[in-house]
Design a protein around this ligand. Structure first.
Ligand code: PLP
Length: 357
């Protein structure tokens, strides 16, 4: 590789030097302001989870179990997959980056929808692969026909985000199976299910049912529905050969002792957790209904967020919400994503939204 193009005192790879770092959601500027810009869980940690984390402090001088053996067993049992399909990382965004590192490099192409998760361009560029971004349809859904048409012999993977962050709709199971059937033999279909616990659409894709096909890779996280964003833990469910490659690429001991303890305790408390998720789903549906009633063209949301297609008004509307102490995520020139929170905060969002009409 040539470093001639890299200006400056350090020979940074040109494709990295050209990249913007990941931009996290804006923080709340004051005590009355609320951060609704990162799709975080609004509920405090469950006492049993907080206890497990506190107890794990006794093990802090020791490295974590690199294989996350107990967690692997629990997740495998819960999902009814064999342990060799699983790989864990510091958030599913890490697993995605390790996966793409394992399968792609310069000259390879990765096809993904846009607008979608902000980390995708980064995850594709880091191994030196070429991003091929396919615009969403106007209703916020993936344009699967165009994504399929963009596949070439250089395409190593097609990424699908379902429910899609930031617009909300799911890819249907039929769409996913059709897509898989059309992909070449050596092109992976990576399905990002970061928000799957919030999906209620009966047609929603069920990629785990397609796991017999070695091209299917599913990414999930404990960050959103499970409320562990602060710990950084997510996982991949893939063909065992890919899972092994992801483990090879993952820096040793990426999933910390307290993160493993927290994930185990969270899984053990999943009934309580899923009851919280039900509340968020009910609030999401209420917000979508009210927003539509106000005349906003809100797409179907299957995640814990709602999308306002604000177009050229994006920055102005985001500033309006900020004036009301609500920090939303602005993606100019497309729209605004607002995380569903508690009923009180959601009412504040709806009041502020009404002020835009
Ligand atoms: C939040 C999110 C992730 C994963 O986040 P981690 O905290 O790294 O697990 C992955 N994909 C999408 C679409 C997300 O919104």
């Amino acid at each position: 590789m040539s470093f001639e193009a890299a200006a400056g005192p350090v020979p940074i790879r040109p494709e990295i030097a050209a990249l913007a770092a990941y931009r996290p959601g804006g923080a709340a500027p004051g005590p009355d302001a609320v951060k609704l810009s990162s799709n975080e869980n609004p509920f405090p940690p469950l006492p049993s989870v907080a206890e497990a984390i506190a107890e794990s402090a006794a093990h802090l001088p020791l490295y974590p179990d690199n294989a996350a053996a107990q967690l692997t067993t629990e997740v495998a049992n819960w999902l009814d997959v064999s342990a060799e399909h699983l790989s864990f990382g510091a958030g599913s965004v890490s697993v995605l980056m390790h996966l793409l590192n394992a399968i792609s490099g310069p000259g390879d192409e990765i096809v993904f929808p846009w607008r979608s998760f902000e980390a995708y361009p980064l995850a594709v560029n880091v191994p030196g692969a070429t991003p091929v971004q396919i615009p969403l349809l106007t209703d916020g859904r993936h344009d699967l026909e165009a994504m399929c048409a963009a596949v070439t012999e250089r395409t190593r993977a097609v990424l699908v985000c379902t429910p899609n962050n930031p617009t909300g709709p799911c890819v249907t199971h039929e769409e996913l199976t059709d897509l898989l059937a059309q992909l070449p033999e050596r092109t992976m279909l990576v399905v990002d299910e970061a928000y799957i616990e919030f999906a209620t659409d009966p047609e929603a894709a069920r990629p785990l049912e397609l796991l017999d096909d070695p091209r299917i890779a599913v990414l999930r996280t404990f960050s959103k529905a499970w409320g562990l964003a602060g710990f950084r833990i997510g996982y991949g469910i893939t063909h065992p050969t890919l899972a092994a490659a992801i483990r090879t690429v993952t820096p040793p001991f990426s999933v910390s002792v307290p993160a493993q303890a927290a994930a185990l305790a969270t899984l053990a408390a999943r009934e309580k957790l899923l009851a919280q998720v039900e509340k968020t789903i009910a609030e999401r549906d209420r917000m979508v209904g009210r927003m539509r009633g106000l005349g906003f063209d809100v797409p179907d949301s299957q995640g814990n967020f709602v999308w306002l297609p604000a177009a050229d008004q994006t920055d102005r509307w985001a500033a309006h919400f900020a004036d009301h102490g609500l920090i939303v995520r602005a993606y100019a020139p497309d729209g605004i994503r607002i995380t569903v929170s508690t009923p009180e905060i959601n009412d504040r969002v709806l009041d502020a939204a009404a002020g835009l009409r």
